[in-house]
Design a protein around this ligand. Sequence first.
Ligand code: SF4
Length: 378
Amino acid sequence: MSRIDEILKEMEYIAHHPAKMVMKWKSETGKKAVGIAPIHCAEEVVHAAGMLPVGLWGGQTTIMRATEYLQAFCCSVAKAIMELSAAGAYKHLDAIIFPETCDTFRVIPLMMRLADPLTPVIGLVLPDNRKIQAGIEYTANEYRTIAKKLEEITGNKVTDESLHASIELYNRHHAAMMRFFDVAAEHADVITPYWRHQVVKSSYYVLKEKHLAMVEELTAELSALPVNKGKGPRVVVTGIMTEPDNLLHLFGEFGYTFVADDLAQSSRQFRTPTPEDPDPFIRLGKRFAAFEGCSCVCDPEKLRGKIIVDMVKKQQADGVVVLIMKFCDPEEYDYPFIKQDLEAAGIPHLYLEIEQQMDSVEQLRTRLQAFSEMLMAK
Ligand code: SF4
């Protein structure tokens, strides 16, 4: 097995065993772990408190008890998080941070407190007026409140020094992920959509120090290989996520390469560096202010389509795949603007509606195949 295979296999194991990774962390270090619901929660604060930040992105689970708490028309990510909470899957977490990023997420902290009263849920309210000074200070205060609540749980104070250090580490990790994405696009034979996702997903269940080392080594090993751009379509993919795994395998079957992404679970986490400021909480507030192109933040200028067009041009992609999570209002509201910008730039795109718990992706097979053939015929 090559070193690349070893690293990818380890990342795959991490990505598929979040609960084991949490238990391993707790038993090896005696420290605590905190769940972080997507998105914009500034997990650096958790890291600075000496705890393991654990991404809560739902998962492939059978929805049974979630319907006791949420309406049938909620998205599959919210339902999966609620199901896992009701089933006690988060009982080893010492707290959960939950942002109000959409109408569905607004109610979940309350429901989680009912379903699992023993796990503290810390709410996070993010401002719409995020770019003005008052908005930056408001966001910084929200993160300060989280730090205080974590201090009560862990007994560790989040100092300016520890938070600056965590921010620097995360800046390095985020830059390494963006570098990996560029290198992965040049090695389509090795980094298929499935393996690209394992690299991203594994970052949510181990400390960033460890993941940074793994990604840097993987990128260095890949860079030493001859360039291979693949024989299939090279696309930019946008949406919340590309799960479930069988969807990723289907992309792989038709030879797709993801040359860049605008996914909430992936590059939206990594593409905006945290700027400088003497106050580390203001740094995090400034990053939230600087963030562009996310359906979960207020963006009157609707820049997301233009950002995707720029990605297509930079990577010379053949087209764009828009993956809309069923019942996700924020993503659905963005789509008309994305479509308009792509059409104006003459970029072909495919709109697919997905769910995280799709047992079968066969209904998408014909459309992915037809789009692939259309792109390759150009
Ligand atoms: S997928 Fe959409 S609707 Fe569901 S939690 Fe995320 S932003 Fe909200």
